[in-house]
Design a protein around this ligand. Sequence first.
Ligand code: ATP
Length: 286
Amino acid sequence: KRRPAANAILAPSFKFEDMGIGGLDKEFGAIFRRAFQSRIFPPGLVQQMGIQHVKGILLYGPPGTGKTLIARKIGQMLNAREPKVINGPEVLNKFVGQSEENIRKLFADAEKEYKEKGDESGLHIIIFDELDAVCKQRGSGSAGGTGVGDSVVNQLLSKLDGVDQLNNILLIGMTNRKDMIDDALLRPGRLELHMEISLPDEDGRLQILKIHTASMVKHGHLDQDVDLKELAARSKNFSGAEINGLIRSATSWALNRHVKGGTMAGISEDVDQVAVNRNDFDRAFE
Ligand code: ATP
């Protein structure tokens, strides 16, 4: 009743594919369910049952596999508000105290609402990309040897489980290097669920190909001679982002056929008949 979108994510019929995310198996569904289950029950009941909300998730794995995409979709599903997105290197500032201040600001809105409304507050999602840039193992003298990393991690920890504990935040951290993340951040009550997002397998690639060609197919712009299954087999070791790139490249070859003399003024009249064909994909693979 409170958050219908969150109910949808927990429904047995829920498919990540329908959200435009391909190649995530059932296991993922289970983890996501664990992460969001508590959020859809009335706060009173949650308290009576002694349930702790999951406050943080770590998504890790190679670049271009959809970590940002997943984090944003989760944001959309759980909260009408746009999630706050921040990049690790953006947080770091050479001026004393400024990096910590950047973290503090990130949580300010959530904090304000929590003070006013308590557990009735809406959920604030914070997407922290390239978390490793600020959260290297403490005491490693990293983050430019300034020790800034330590106090940034401390600031994050205090926001996650400090004195004024917030129940209305979900921090989604992302990294290509889980081993670089300070262990203290990965404990229960903090970024406690860890999900590896690896390169998609053949089925996953097929799903991603379908997702990114869906609009073309719907409007008749994908030639019948294109076999997505074959493309899935051929794109071994491609990330989702690379599959997307492959399709964009093939599309560009197809559109090219409708440009006369290489100028925009010379677009051929039958351009609405444009269809990406097998040969376009062959060229895109080169
Ligand atoms: P990075 O670590 O480089 O930030 P990332 O894992 O966050 O990468 P995204 O930025 O989410 O990757 O992916 C880039 C784009 O690639 C997405 O916007 C989407 O178009 C496509 N893509 C990646 N993975 C998937 C996927 N599993 N399903 C559908 N599209 C995907």
